[in-house]
Design a protein around this ligand. Sequence first.
Ligand code: DHB
Ligand code: FE
Length: 284
Amino acid sequence: MTATHDSPTAAGSGDSATKAFRASRGSASAGPTVSQERVSEVVTDLLAGIHSTIRSKKVTYDEFQAAKQYLIDVGEGGEWPLFLDVFVEHVVEDVAAEAQDGTKGSILGPYYLPGQVRIDTPATLPKRPDEQGTALLFAGQVRDTAGNPLPGAELDIWQADDEGYYSGFAPHLPDGNLRGVVVADAEGKFEIHTIEPAAYQIPTDGPTGALIEAAGWHPWRPAHLHLMVRAPEHRTITTQLYFRGGEWLDSDVASATKSELILDPVDNGDGTHSVTYDFTLEPA
Ligand code: DHB
Ligand code: FE
């Protein structure tokens, strides 16, 4: 990668991700909607897991204090959305998927921004005049679980650029770059012109990166497109699509890949790529 600009910092990305998360919650707070019984049963089990690790690994006072410092640093760095979406969300998604038919879901991640430009199919995602990366035509159809086309379907799509950066979080990118809500046609069909994203490296200069380095892991996610696919009276699917042969597919730091979600683009002979992928939504 040639750096022609300052890379976004972990603190900057973390701060923006925290703000976006707060905005997505509106004025909601966990308190009134979660029963005392539920809080007690979940938190008791969670703490039991921590207690059990301390006993089985014979965690020392020094390690406990280091952990305390670490958790304080994650909070001060605004990295909780990054940390939780990388290390925890995939299991929440697995549990949600147990009760879901249709296209497989995957994690939302920290970089969704609502309210992007709506574009009728055939759509070209907003991009810079000199946007780098292999041109990709991504087409398909949204249907219900009985195979009927879903008119009025929308594909809310967001992705990293050819350097692995997300608009709205990397300061050098224009707002809304490579983001849009694509409105499918009367048969639920869509065509989206975009570019193939690069693999994404979670910010390494903050506490999440420090943990990854301290543990000898790597900070990479395979290249992916994020999608929220909606249609009236159907359950919205939040998912990600990956690219066959992409690096890190088998060792995603966020453990969010699924074999059903891998695209197989073909080369059109002129260096551009095309791929089709159909979505199935279950009734709401
Ligand atoms: C993170 C970033 C992503 O693009 C993603 O899809 C999941 C997690 C992160 O930095 O936490
Ligand atoms: Fe992502």
